[in-house]
Design a protein around this ligand. Structure first.
Ligand SMILES: Nc1ncnc2c1ncn2[C@@H]1O[C@H](COP(=O)(O)OP(=O)(O)OP(=O)(O)O)[C@@H](O)[C@H]1O
Length: 220
């Protein structure tokens, strides 16, 4: 069951499966049926978008078979699908096709596989799991502390660490914009950023110095 954390894992369980795409998952993703010319997205009132196969085109109309049904769509309603190498992509700015369907699909497939953080360029998108995943533990802090963003999987801690390092290196105040609709997880994520700062501030060589600096940085 997604999000189920075994009690036997102890107080600081391994967060790896909630952060990294497993080799098994990667191999499975590569076997996904895909045709560079025919695979496409079409709108769907329930799912948002459905993946289908183009059967033919006539003028402005495209015939698509999706979910066992064949329908005609206007060309501009049909979106292109990214090749399987982009499945569960960590930074969506790398996607070949950046249409709504592809973005939604990428976020959804990551979310159902318990990967709640995804980058979109400089932004880090968080999907509220409404479940407690062990991804804010001391063990997780150690994964992100002092690492470059491209060395580790997407996480709020990578953004927080970037801000912390910039503050120390440039000696300038930093700000983070945390935005989203009601219930998206702004408060929760803000708290996690603060606890990350408390943790790294307390474990660096000159705690007095850096803790003072952290107090000066503001979160909007
Ligand atoms: N990453 C997360 N893991 C587990 N639970 C989460 C996470 N993010 C949010 N939640 C839970 O979802 C609920 C809503 O989150 P939160 O209060 O942070 O939303 P918000 O964006 O601040 O909402 P509002 O704008 O209404 O104040 C809370 O019960 C919170 O514990």
């Amino acid at each position: 069951m997604p999000g189920h954390v075994k009690k036997s894992e102890g107080p600081d369980p391994d967060p790896a499966e909630f952060l990294f795409i497993s080799l098994e998952m990667k191999l499975k993703d590569q076997t996904k049926p895909y045709d560079a010319k025919k695979s496409c997205w079409v709108p769907d009132p329930q799912e948002g978008f459905l993946e289908g196969m183009i059967q033919g085109t006539k003028g402005d109309l495209v015939t698509v078979m999706a979910n066992g049904e064949t329908k005609n769509w206007k060309k501009d309603q049909v979106g292109q699908v990214n090749p399987p190498k982009y499945e569960k992509c960590e930074d969506m700015s790398n996607l070949t096709y950046l249409n709504d369907a592809s973005v939604l699909y990428n976020l959804k497939t990551r979310y159902v596989n318990r990967l709640i953080y995804t980058y979109s360029g400089l932004f880090c998108i968080a999907i509220n799991p409404y479940k407690r995943y062990p991804i804010y533990t001391n063990r997780t802090v150690k994964i992100y502390q002092g690492k470059r963003r491209n060395e580790v999987p997407p996480h709020l801690f990578a953004i927080a660490d970037g801000a912390y390092m910039n503050m120390l290196q440039c000696n300038e105040n930093q700000s983070m914009l945390i935005t989203g609709e009601s219930g998206a997880g702004k408060t929760e994520n803000t708290k996690k950023v603060l606890s990350y700062f408390a943790c790294v501030g307390a474990t660096t060589k000159k705690p007095g110095d850096e803790q003072k600096k952290v107090k000066r940085s503001e979160i909007y």
